[in-house]
Write a protein that binds this ligand. Sequence first.
Ligand code: PLP
Length: 393
Amino acid sequence: MKPVYMDNNATTSVAPEVLEAMLPYFHELYGNPSSMHSFGGQVMKQVRRARDQVAALLGASPEEIIFTSCGTESDNTAIRSALLSHPDKRHIVTSRVEHPAIRALCAHLATQGYRVTELPVDAEGKLDLDQYRRALTSDTAIVSLMWANNETGVIFPIEKAAEMARERNILFHTDAVQAVGKIPIDLAKIRIDMLSLSGHKLHAPKGIGVLYLRKGAKYSPFMMGGHQERGRRGGTEATPSIIGLGVAAELAQKKMEVENTVVKGLRDRLENTILATIPNTKVNGDRLHRLPNTSNISFEFVEGEGILLMMDEFGICASSGSACTSGSLQPSHVLRAMGIPFTMAHGSIRFSLSIYNTEEEIDFVIEKLPPIIDTLRSMSPYWKTGAKVCEEA
Ligand code: PLP
């Protein structure tokens, strides 16, 4: 059974054009781009081309692109670099809804004597910029705020936040893993010091990421080794993946506007039909400032895991919370930060679409989901009695 795949914020399929571009670099053109011979040199040319393609998608210059192994590495590198290059500063500003790639590192750094401010969000997942401004101090080494949330799709006002950090001369990093390829980003117009992206979220393979490093920004490498990436990230380049990411970036740049209109149309039809046909449902997050592909919906008085398992029987793939937090029965930290009531947070499902989804797939989910919710609710004592479930302490 071909899956009805609506979990694209977890990972995407590699685009056929990307795969095709990558294949020769495994078996025929496998030279090391750092080698002196022309067999390696021709691979280096393609790595350069990929760097140009990624830079063009971001409005950056090619020298500002550092290839890494994933979004997590880029995130970790950005924060550790800021702390190493500003040893006198011990404060980090971030938010409560960041991905574990930032949160886990900050939690660790807090045990090492750093002070971490995690900014709260409101019920729609939005940031309060006045509160953010007040959090910035002369001791702040770095601000790290995500561009778009992986669970709700809510977009933070990154331009304004970056500007406010710049006014205070504080390094600004954004985890743009979910934003790149889904919304336009032009770093020629916004002064951001560092930005993370990950290939597998935009139809390139897993295991390739980028750290954008603004020209002139202070930097201290995380991975030390060879002279690759101008000494900013040691390790032989993952050439097939880099070349694939380049093609994915070019495709995103060319097609983003049109594709996202289509994807948004599919998402809105799915979301509006669910809200209209299934009672006690609610969209989580600011519906206006949101990625076009993401819909996080709460189904009151049911467990998200139950919905996922029953949808799985029909081959429907979605997620409850982020891929990294599923498997735990705790409601996600993002929904908890938004103050979503326990009865709602537990039954939240994230649908995240891509250009490979079809109208027929939307019809299929719209047909299968209502009976699934009915079945689960018929087993829920709270749904039957309307009794209040204890809110989380
Ligand atoms: N940041 C965000 C917002 C993400 O959604 C993810 C992955 O889900 C990551 C970082 C980590 O990226 P990677 O899987 O490439 O390490």
